[in-house]
Design a protein around this ligand. Structure first.
Ligand code: AMP
Length: 481
């Protein structure tokens, strides 16, 4: 995405409005701190020599963030040194340690997306023995080698056996329900985006937080920041974002399938921000200061009302995205290509994939992609072994896009891909089920992604074997040639 320097001012403007809005609903936040897990990712250069990096990385590395003036409403427990540390383990470890050391001051806990906060909880599950040892002894884990982190921690880490015992007492229990509220007892809400694809994490967040309110404060993208939620303490299902007209030029493509459920033959006309109608769905189209012209972001929004004259939108879904665990977005074509590539490994066993579907399994942390395969083998004496199917998992991962592979390799935000082989005839049963619920036999298409509980139960009850990717796929910050 093209960007320009002055875009940072617009981003800062949007960020600067979040706390004044929040303060209307949750007073007293200036008397404490926010425990936010924020990270930078690696950078690369385009073939033309331009710097390319994720939008948040460029914000955290900018002077706007690094030398921000003191603001009592925006005091974080994480030091800049930790947020800017490129090693994700060292960064997370320090941010968690600082959050534990200042646990009484923490009034809000957050990350950009829900998946990031759950990753932090998982990290605590895996690392609390070492973290509590550091707190007890005042000596920093030797695995932390970054000099600026060590220098910072040397200043604030002092032996505190009482705090260590308190954290140990909570973390050593088998039951982690409500762990966030138990450790950070003064937390008033969780600040994470749980709208759109992130809604899948709400039950898990509720479990670990003991039901703390979830605040979705803003709506933004790499292309452009869009707007904010003026009622941030509302339920996730009620969230609407008010688009700020000064962020870009906004237009809307009406998104209404005709009465037969087919998309319209000719594309409808674009509607201006002032002309959208309550209750209607639109696809967001932006013209940005950085040079995107009438660019389709890929998000479908529904107008829910107005704030003065500014329309407010409910995020309905992203077009064409089947699977998403973290910031990865895998569409139908990518999944299809991955299945094709992987199924080549089955040829020597005279076996083919007759049907497939997928599921983003977020019941474990990190979540992972599950691909259900129905196989047709022509030679039962020579069917593919567990080892071969594991290699199929890896082959699929190798085919997926670089954001997926980065999540797998560098960020550990996505777990190994799993193939679940189902019994022959399972997909026919799936079709029977859909038809029994009113689907048209003529128009039935195998869903390439599923998440409806009865369908999941049907598929899972037919699983004959399950296989996980045995290794990490290839990923480097450089582009693939
Ligand atoms: P990226 O450019 O990778 O950061 O992704 C931007 C996309 O993430 C947006 O176009 C949306 O699809 C999604 N997104 C960002 N903010 C929100 C939000 N508050 N609620 C739902 N989806 C969001």
């Amino acid at each position: 995405m093209p960007t320009i320097k002055e875009e940072l001012d617009r981003r800062r403007l949007l960020y600067s409005l979040l706390m004044p809005v929040m303060n209307l609903y949750v007073p007293g936040l200036e008397r404490g701190k926010g425990l936010y897990f924020l990270f930078v990712k690696s950078e690369t250069r385009t073939p033309g020599g331009l710097l390319a990096r994720p939008v948040l990385t460029s914000y955290y590395k900018s002077d706007h963030f690094k030398t921000r003036p003191y603001d009592p409403y925006n005091v974080y427990t994480s030091p800049n040194e930790a947020i800017l540390c490129p090693d994700s383990f060292q960064s997370m470890y320090t941010q968690m340690l600082c959050g534990l050391l200042q646990r009484q001051q923490v009034l809000r806990v957050g990350a950009v997306f829900a998946s990031g906060l759950l990753r932090a909880i998982r990290f605590l599950q895996l690392n609390w023995p070492q973290l509590t040892q550091d707190i007890e002894t005042g000596a920093l884990n030797p695995k932390l080698t970054d000099p600026s982190l060590r220098e910072y921690m040397d200043k604030i880490l002092k032996p505190n056996p009482e705090l260590a015992e308190c954290v140990r007492h909570e973390c050593s229990k088998d039951n982690w329900e409500g762990i966030i509220a138990r450790i950070w007892q003064n937390t008033k809400y969780l600040d994470v985006i749980v709208t759109g694809a992130m809604a899948q994490y709400i039950p898990t967040l509720d479990y670990y937080s003991g039901g703390l309110p979830l605040a979705c404060t803003m709506y933004a993208s790499s292309e452009c920041y869009f707007g904010l939620n003026l009622n941030p303490m509302c339920k996730p299902s009620q969230v609407s974002y008010t688009i700020m007209p000064n962020m870009a030029y906004f237009e809307f493509l009406p998104h209404e399938p005709d009465s037969f459920g087919f998309p319209r033959a000719s594309p409808p006309k674009l509607v201006d921000l002032v002309d959208v109608e309550v209750g209607k769905e639109y696809e967001l189209v932006i013209t940005t200061y950085a040079g995107l012209y009438r660019y389709r972001v890929g998000d479908i929004l529904r107008v829910t009302g107005f704030h003065n004259s500014a329309p407010q939108f409910h995020f309905v879904r992203r077009k064409n995205v089947l699977l998403s665990i973290d910031s990865d977005k895998t569409d139908e074509a990518e999944l299809q290509k991955a299945v094709e590539n992987a199924s080549r490994l089955l040829r020597e066993f005279n076996t083919s994939v007759v049907e497939y579907t997928s599921y983003a399994d977020t019941r474990t942390i990190p979540g992972h992609y599950v691909i259900y395969w129905e196989l047709l083998g022509k030679d039962s004496a020579n069917s593919p072994t567990d080892e071969v199917l594991k290699q199929c998992c890896l082959a699929m991962e190798e085919s997926l896009n670089s954001v997926y592979r980065q999540g797998r390799v560098a960020d550990n935000s996505i777990g190994p891909l799993e193939i679940r082989v189902v019994k022959n005839g399972t997909f026919e049963e799936l079709m029977d089920y859909a038809i029994s619920r009113g689907a048209s036999i003529n128009q039935y298409k195998v869903p390439r992604c599923v998440n409806f509980t009865p369908i999941m139960e049907l598929l899972d009850s037919r699983v004959v074997s399950s296989h996980f990717s045995p290794a990490s796929p290839h990923w480097t910050p450089e582009r693939r040639r």
